[in-house]
Ligand binder design. Structure first.
Ligand code: PNS
Length: 164
């Protein structure tokens, strides 16, 4: 598809679910801008620079992916990048309301932007950064949920053995 597409999120930290979506987004659009949110309401475990670095280090098609941060409204940032598509992943039904609300708000703010949802792959259906952090915090094995580098950084942050 011949459009600039942005995949925004907190990526705190990036998971296999995100990486799967990035791969598939690249296949659709040829290139993808991964936009790491700076000023999100939730407090993050990783700094913005750490979150960016982990995405950069773990994406497979590095030449086709730009990773940067953004501040303020997503639609304003999208405008500066000339993007027409915002890509988001949908997992369980529980994601729907949050995603729907966000897509509607973004459309109200900037009608030219289309939010495109892709279903996560079955194997990543339940994978979220929040759950990964929780499992890691209590010593569980997250090796099938995040890349090895992310697992290592999580272990360092949380003062835990890697779990595997
Ligand atoms: O990974 P997340 O936390 O679900 O990503 C949410 C994110 C960062 C995409 C969203 O919070 C966002 O776009 N924040 C920027 C502020 C904004 O534009 N808000 C209006 C849309 S509701």
């Amino acid at each position: 598809m011949n459009a600039v597409a942005i995949y925004p999120g907190s990526f705190d930290p990036v998971t296999n679910g995100h990486l799967d979506l990035i791969d598939r987004g690249v296949r659709l659009f040829g290139h993808l801008i991964v936009a790491v949110a700076r000023n999100i309401e939730k407090t993050t475990l990783f700094t913005t620079n750490e979150r960016i670095e982990l995405v950069r280090e773990t994406v497979s098609r590095k030449n086709d992916v730009t990773v940067e941060s953004f501040e303020g409204l997503l639609v304003d940032y999208a405008r500066t990048r000339g993007a027409r598509v915002v890509l988001r992943g949908l997992r369980a039904l529980s994601d729907f309301e949050y995603e729907y609300e966000m897509a509607m708000m973004n459309r109200r703010l900037f009608p030219d932007i289309e939010t495109l949802f892709m279903m996560t792959s079955e194997s990543n259906f339940f994978v979220s950064s929040r759950r990964v952090k929780e499992v890691m915090r209590f010593g569980g094995d997250v090796s099938s949920l995040v890349p090895a580098l992310v697992q290592k950084r999580l272990a360092e942050k949380l003062g835990r053995p890697t779990g595997s």
